[in-house]
Design a protein around this ligand. Structure first.
Ligand code: PLP
Length: 478
């Protein structure tokens, strides 16, 4: 084995040249990049390549920038998914990229764990300017960790065990977050989970009934649910907050997906005045698409209960939490958002996209609703009126709910090179969460492609041949 200061082999490249020290990323990718699907099938979750082959999504993307990526032939794809929302600023934003080069070049004495580094304090200071009623931040590494932190802090601060969550909610997939997941598809087979309780989003009576039992620490809620893109009804968050506070319980806003400008406000809870969650969970976009990071923001008294004495200093901590790369990426993201007016841009571009899509609802009987806020958009399909389409729709529904939405997502990629996703299992809803740097031309491209796909679905029937293939597959996989 070569020591760190020894070139890998005699006759190898000189120090400073690629490959001089035995590891050459470029060469590795050049030599083995073509094995990507086989490697995944052999060593990782084998169902992913299987699913991608089945729907023809098994592309080889080579390069990316902003809201676009390119395959080996140079074809340009429009990204309406943003890596499940982590690419809020698009891919390879030059300012974030430079910040990461800079932080690596600075050779900081990071993660000593027994000192206080400047970058976490500076990022916390910046983040807190966007929620002035909150005082402190805990940095972790992923959305689910932001949620786990909030759940633990709420229990400790209130001294109560039970968390309420909303039906159809999604807060991550580790055991605590899974306990507040509103979908059996994710929960099944992982019991026992924590004994938490679901309430319908928007149902204040159900909330009051649960609070009356006196054991509730908090309600956790996505201001706009990722599954199906359903917003909390007007007034719900404020009324829920008042009820919770009357019972000395907390409101947790999960802004992992909706935060950092996605919905046209910095946080989605800010859409209505007077909502001041006790804890706010942030992740995804704060990473700049590069370095996993999460932040759980909260009130001073909550943090003081958790870290109540010096011997509790490490009672909630994470080995990689607040690392310099993540902090640098976060600081760069917030600076770019200010300089480029990202929140206002997301609001205006989202309004344009939704207005143009909503105008199609009357034209296409299979299209039933367009909803959302900012650049978080749900497109819902529903039962058509005409006899011809009704029997086709019924064929898909009988096999599996959600197949029509899948039937739209596939040609959007195959024919129009636009990446979208179905917004959850068994849902006839497509969710659009593109990078917030989406342009008007990107909107034009999406609307034109979507219109063409809708024309196909209401016309010749070619698209329905593919629908029949999906039905056969759905039946085979039962
Ligand atoms: N909370 C919400 C609202 C999310 O949408 C997600 C992920 O999609 C999470 C939490 C979990 O985030 P992560 O996948 O980073 O753990």
């Amino acid at each position: 084995m070569s020591s760190p200061s020894t070139p890998a082999a005699a006759g190898a490249a000189h120090p400073g040249e690629p490959g001089a020290w035995g590891f050459d990323l470029g060469r590795l990718l050049a030599e083995r990049g073509a094995e990507r699907y086989e490697l995944h099938a052999r060593h990782l979750n084998h169902q992913l390549p299987r699913m991608l082959h089945t729907i023809g999504f098994d592309k080889v993307y080579e390069r990316a920038e902003g809201a676009h990526f390119w395959d080996a032939e140079g074809n340009d794809y429009l990204d309406m998914l943003a890596g499940f929302g982590v690419m809020g600023l698009g891919r390879h934003h030059p300012v974030v990229r430079q910040a990461l080069h800079d932080v690596l070049d600075a050779s900081l004495a990071d993660l000593t764990r027994f000192d206080c580094q400047p970058l976490p304090g500076l990022l916390a200071e910046q983040l807190l300017t966007h929620s002035p009623h909150l005082d402190r931040v805990f940095f972790g590494n992923s959305g689910t960790e932001a949620v786990e932190t909030a759940l633990k802090f709420a229990r400790r601060a209130t001294g109560r065990p039970r968390i309420l969550y909303c039906e159809h909610s999604f807060h991550g997939l580790t055991a605590g977050s899974l306990s507040v997941n509103g979908e059996s598809g994710f929960r099944d087979g992982f019991a026992p989970l924590l004994p938490d309780t679901a309430v319908p989003l928007g149902d204040l009576d159900a909330l009051e009934r649960e609070l009356a039992r006196g054991d509730v620490a908090a309600l956790i809620v996505e201001p706009i649910q990722g599954k199906g893109v359903h917003a909390a009804p007007p007034g719900y968050l404020k009324a829920a907050q008042e009820m919770l506070h009357r019972r000395r319980a907390l409101l947790i806003a999960d802004e992992v997906q909706t935060g950092l400008g996605r919905t046209g406000d910095f946080y989605a809870y800010q859409h209505e005045p007077g909502v001041e969650p006790d804890l706010v969970c942030v992740a995804k976009s704060l990473s700049g698409g590069y370095v996993p990071v999460s932040a759980t923001l909260g009130k001073d008294w909550i943090f003081k209960k958790v870290y109540a004495s010096m011997d509790r200093v490490l009672v909630h901590s994470a080995s990689f939490g607040a690392n310099a790369q993540a902090m640098a990426a976060g600081l760069a993201v917030l600076a770019v958002m200010e300089d480029e007016h990202t929140v206002a841009h997301a609001r205006a571009t989202g309004d344009l996209l939704r207005t143009r899509l909503a105008a199609l609802v009357d034209r296409y009987e299979l299209l039933s609703d367009v909803r959302g806020r900012g650049l978080m958009v749900g497109i819902e399909f529903g039962r058509p009126k005409s006899l011809k389409l009704r029997s086709r729709w019924a064929m898909l529904q009988a096999a599996r709910k959600g197949l029509f939405a899948q039937m739209v997502v596939v040609p959007l990629l195959q024919k129009h090179r636009i990446l979208t996703q179905v917004s959850g299992d068994h849902l006839e809803v497509i969710k659009l969460i593109p990078p917030l740097v989406l342009t008007e031309q990107d909107v034009d491209r999406f609307v034109a492609a979507f219109t063409a796909v809708m024309d196909d679905a209401h016309g010749s029937g070619l698209m329905w041949d593919f629908g029949r293939t999906l039905v056969t597959q759905a039946i085979a996989h039962r």
